[in-house]
Write a protein that binds this ligand. Structure first.
Ligand SMILES: Cc1ncc(C[n+]2csc(CCOP(=O)(O)OP(=O)(O)O)c2C)c(N)n1
Ligand code: SF4
Ligand SMILES: [Mg+2]
Length: 305
């Protein structure tokens, strides 16, 4: 019966596929963003997916993607994307495939791959000018293996490997800035809770050749310890507090697509909804850490607002 179900899924239009029959957590913010992006991208693409939560979308030999899907080790999805792009180019050049059937190559990884173990392969792919779209869903930890700290974990968050009274002590790596230093063709930050902004950016990326990044902030009920019904609320608060700036990088310039300005909400309102920050409020308030987190956000917006 399961097999029949997946065979039937293959006949559905792309917009009905993602999120069906998979082993993802309900309320997954990464899946929310991917679903929206996929609706825009359609099915003429090949996904090269590094190990992480989104690999759970596939139940071998089926996937909910209408097009092709390839699974790689955490470190190597940009290298896999290069191989796929080269193979497509060779097929077209040798006239074994008409150009009209060309596919877009999409790398899909979590922050653990994008900001850590896969960074070397990413840097080389951008340097070579590889024509690919890199979608990173950032749930700020190694979600698939129980939310251990990653290079993208924010200051103060509790993770499975940052259990002390102060949570994780350190800085979230600025993946956007690291990509910008490479001079890519296009980049944007997005979030599923702001779908119109997301859709416009994915559409824009679809028209540009070269290395492109869509960096999706991905509230994660399981790893961040909150009720799945709050994913959109937390996503909207991430933008309103300024924790997650929505921006794009076009022709070497960074432009913010939402500026919270005077309406910027205190970060506490975002933090207090998540169990991973509970130790900052209970048993007593950790004023210094809360002030530090707020100060980091304020510093970011200085000169922009
Ligand atoms: C070299 C290597 N180390 C560890 C693992 C085990 N592993 C599989 S998924 C994963 C977490 C990946 O984190 P991230 O890229 O952020 O994706 P997420 O799980 O959060 O979706 C880990 C550590 C692995 N597959 N390969
Ligand atoms: S652990 Fe988080 S990112 Fe992974 S599937 Fe669950 S909600 Fe999504
Ligand atoms: Mg992750």
């Amino acid at each position: 019966m399961e097999t029949e179900k997946y065979h039937r899924m293959k006949d559905l239009p792309a917009e009905h596929l993602l999120g069906t029959g998979t082993a993802m957590c309900s309320g997954c913010g990464g899946l929310e963003a991917l679903h929206q992006a996929y609706d825009v991208m359609g099915s003429k693409n090949i996904f090269v997916n590094a190990a992480g939560c989104m690999t759970m979308l596939s139940v071998y030999p089926f996937t909910p993607f209408k097009g092709s899907w390839l699974y790689t080790a955490m470190a190597s999805s940009p290298a896999g994307a290069q191989g796929v792009r080269d193979a497509l180019d060779i097929l077209i050049e040798k006239k074994r495939m008409p150009e009209s059937e060309d596919l877009k190559v999409v790398t899909l990884t979590g922050d653990g791959s994008a900001s850590g173990i896969g960074m070397s392969a990413t840097s080389s792919a951008i340097e070579r000018g590889l024509d690919f779209l890199y979608i990173c869903y950032d749930n700020e930890g190694y979600g698939n293996t129980g939310q251990q700290y990653s290079a993208s974990t924010p200051h103060g968050a509790r993770t499975a490997t940052s259990k002390g009274s102060e949570g994780f002590v350190g800085d979230k790596k600025d993946l956007f800035a690291i990509w910008a230093a490479h001079g890519p063709a296009y980049m944007a930050t997005v979030i599923g809770a702001e779908p119109l902004d997301l859709v416009r950016k994915v559409e824009t990326a679809g028209k540009i050749k070269g290395p492109k990044l869509i960096l999706a902030f991905s509230p994660c009920p399981t790893g961040w310890d909150y009720d799945p019904k709050d994913t959109v609320t937390i996503g909207k608060l991430a933008v309103k507090t300024g924790i997650w700036p929505l921006k794009e990088y076009v022709d070497g310039k960074v432009v913010h697509t939402r500026i919270p300005g005077k309406q910027r909400v205190p970060v506490e309102e975002y933090l207090r909804l998540q169990g991973r920050f509970r130790h900052l409020f209970e048993p007593e308030r950790k004023e210094a850490i809360l002030a530090d987190i707020q100060a980091r956000v304020d510093r970011y917006w200085e000169g922009i607002e």
